[in-house]
Structures are given as C-alpha cells and as structure tokens.
Design a protein around this ligand. Structure first.
Ligand code: PLP
Length: 429
C-alpha cells in the first residue's frame, strides 16, 4: 500500500486521538523509527521531541529493549494472569516496589494509564467501603490536572480542559481546589495551603482520596508547582482521614530529574499510578501500587477481593520490556542525561521569552514548555517544526518537548529550533 492509499483508508476508517470522524487533517505516515528519529514514508527524518507521548525514554529500536521482547517472544507472548503467574511479572512487581517511595508493597498490573487510575480509585473507594464508611466515595484534586480518558479519570481532569461540560450529569461530581500556584521555584503560598485545608476539611466525610500529579501537571497544561504543596497534601490527608493518590504516569522514571517526582517532596502516597515510560514506550502497560494498609483494609471487607482483572493483565512481553527498561535506568545514566537535556532546553528556549506573543517559557527536568498568549494552530505549528526536521505535537496554548533521554546536545538544539519555528508559526499567524 502506498502512502496515498494508506491515508485514504486512514481517513475513511481510523479514529485518531481527540479527532473527528472522518478526519480533517492528514496524519504523517511513519515507516520506521530508530534512536531519536522518526522516518516518514516520504523519506524525511524527524527528531522526536515527544518521545511518543513521553513514553520512549530510551528512544526507538534500542538493542536492549528489542532483545528483551524477542527473547520473551521465544517463550510466550501472553498467558492469562488468573491462576497463573510468571517471572517477568513477578520480577517487575518486585522492582517497582523497590523503586517506589514509602511502603508501596503491592502491585496491580494493568494495560493503560487510565485503567491504572481506575484501579487506584477503586482501591481507595473500596478501602473505605470495607471499613464501613461508604460515604467516603468522592475524590478531590486541584484544577489543571489530567488523569486519563475513561470516566472516573475524566472526572478528576481539569473541569475546563477536561470536557466536563459535555459530560455534565454523567461524570461523578468531584471536589476541586484551585490549581496549585505555578513555578517549581516560587515559594509555597501559605494562603493556598490554608484554602486547600478548608476545602479538604469541609468535604472530609465524603472524600475517599485526593488524587494529583506530583510536581508536573502534564496534559492538563504542562504546569510545574513547588513540591511543598505535596508535603502539605500528605499532612492534610493524614489529618482528615483521606487517602492520597499520586498519578506518576507522566512524571515517573526520571522525567522530572528524580526517579519519581514524589522524591522532590520526600513524601509517599497511599496509592501510586505508573504507566507511559514503564516499558520504555514499547508496549502498553501500567500499574497501581498500594500500601499494606490499603490492601489489608480491602481484604478485611465484606467483599475481600479487588474485583478487577484485565484480560491482558501482566502481559509477559510488556513486563519483559519494562524490566529491560528498568535495567537501562538502573545504570543511572538517565540522571546525567536529564540534567544535560534540562540545561540544553533552558539555554535553547530562553531567547523565545523575548518573542511577542510568548507568555511563558519554563523548563523542569527533561521537559521544556513554551506557552503562547493564544491557542496554537496545531497543524501549522507542527508543519513549521517539521520543516526544521523536528516532530512536535502542540496542544492548546502549549508548544513543548519531552524528548527521549538519549537525545544528544545537537539534537536538543535542533528541537529548540523546531519549537522556535512552531512559536513563530503560531504568534505571527
Ligand atoms: C497519559 C496519562 C494518563 C492516561 O494514561 P493512558 O495510558 O493514556 O490511559 C493518566 N495520567 C497521566 C498523568 C497521564 O499523563
């Protein structure tokens, strides 16, 4: 099938993320990918600034990850997880427990980030139900978050960015605090913490859990906040008998400069969600980890089981490549790479602050963000970056990069030029 034929059929039959049907803009056809480069069907090569939605931290066709999949394929690609177990899943669970903060000793493996959030919510609600406190079934969060696209995760996404209007009457109504004050370096605002306390105290009898993304709010707006707010949340949740869920699906595995973003704050949640970079971007896999307190609480209830069991739970191929990805992270090279990328992005994006129409430029870990004064014309901005040999996928008023950790300095500089071109195409449209 040539690229034209493929695009025709794509338009006729294939939904794309957040897209209409039939599609209105042609996607680019990718033929292969290696290292940090995507190769398009027309032969163009693009440096990938997105790491395939923040997952491909080691880049594409990494020999260690390829070998892990091939090796596992020679044994079994999948077996059911009910009544059976296997080394890739057990090894992965143990390694996640070792890497996780605090006492997160129990691991529920599932297929995607949204499902991990569903499971985390189910754990929290069932914990209180098992304790005879079923009134505690709402969730609280701060605005500006993103937790996935299935219904419960959607209910804790930012109410404005998260389509709550469309789903009024369908989504469970959750409790929202204002967004955390911006800036990882700005001092903690005691007024904000006091308001948070008022909200949580007022709703404590009906709150099962607070769920937040620690330090970086990703798809909800690429905003950074001071880790002190996470310490405050930990204290408030303890004081008011509320569980704390950290969604590290975007922040986990080194992206923010710590292995888990919770380490910036030195606190641990009761439930932790991981996904995205878990398999180095190779296969869909996520997990919800919980403490013995949560697990024991659930097991003491009238229904002593967690009634959840995805068909592809603990998929051996995905677990094997996740273990290989953790092997690569275990070398510790990511820490220097993320710091190097951070410095490169800070230097490369700084000049954009002076461009009229740019509202903010911010960098944290291997995340670089340019926020414009108005909405970005996504297709036009992406095309401008492509002309610089760069793949970007802006959204709303955000042109950002979250590249693979292996991206070298010259490719980081290229990414910054791509962002610059996308900014120019947006503010001078
Ligand atoms: C991407 C993301 C999710 C959803 O994960 P999927 O695998 O897309 O379902 C949830 N939470 C956060 C913070 C995310 O970035």
């Amino acid at each position: 099938m040539n690229a034209q034929e493929l695009l025709r059929l794509d338009r006729a039959h294939v939904w794309h993320p957040y897209g209409p049907m039939p599609g209105t803009a042609d996607p680019y056809v990718v033929e292969s990918a290696a290292g940090v480069r995507l190769r398009l069907a027309d032969g163009r090569e693009l440096v990938d600034g997105m790491a395939s939605w923040w997952a491909a931290v080691h880049g594409y066709r990494h020999p260690v990850l390829d070998a892990a999949v091939t090796d596992q394929l020679g044994r079994m690609s999948h077996v059911m997880f009910g009544g059976l177990t296997h080394a890739p899943a057990v090894t992965l669970a143990r390694r996640l427990v070792e890497a996780a903060p605090g006492e997160l000793a129990h691991v529920f493996l599932c297929d995607s980030g949204s499902v991990a959030v569903e499971v985390a919510v189910k754990m929290a609600l069932q914990y209180w139900r098992s304790a005879g406190r079923s009134a505690k079934r709402r969730l609280a969060t701060w605005r500006g978050g993103y937790h996935g696209d299935t219904f419960h995760p959607m209910s804790v996404c930012d109410p404005e960015g998260g389509m709550h209007q469309l789903w009024r009457g369908v989504l469970p109504a959750q409790v929202f605090a204002p967004p955390p004050p911006g800036g990882a370096d700005a001092p903690v605002d005691p007024g904000y913490v006091a308001a948070l306390e008022t909200t949580l105290a007022a709703h404590a009898p009906e709150l099962a859990a607070v769920i937040v993304e620690p330090v970086v709010q990703g798809a909800g707006g690429m905003r950074f906040h001071h880790p002190g707010y996470l310490r405050a949340l930990r204290e408030l949740c303890d004081a008011h008998d509320i569980l704390l869920i950290f969604d590290e699906i975007a922040t986990g595995f080194g992206r923010t400069g710590e292995f888990f973003a919770a380490a910036h704050a030195g606190v641990a949640p009761d439930v932790l969600c991981v996904g995205k970079a878990l398999t180095g971007g190779y296969l869909s896999l996520a997990a919800a980890l919980c403490t013995p307190r949560v697990a024991r609480g659930i097991s003491r209830g009238a229904v002593p089981v967690l009634a959840h069991g995805p068909t592809f739970m603990g998929n051996p191929l995905a677990c094997a490549v996740a273990n290989a990805s953790l092997d690569l992270l275990d070398t510790g090279a990511w820490r220097a790479d993320v710091a190097r990328i951070s410095a490169g992005l800070a230097a490369g994006l700084a000049p954009l602050r002076a461009v009229p129409g740019v509202a903010d430029v911010r960098v944290l870990g291997a995340i670089g963000v340019v926020q414009t004064a108005g909405p970005v014309p996504v297709d036009r901005a992406a095309a401008a970056a492509i002309a610089e040999g760069v793949w970007l996928r802006p959204f709303r008023d955000l042109i950002y990069v979250m590249p693979p950790y292996i991206t070298d300095d010259s490719d980081i500089a290229r990414l910054c030029r791509g962002v610059g071109a996308a900014v120019e195409a947006s503010v001078y449209q």
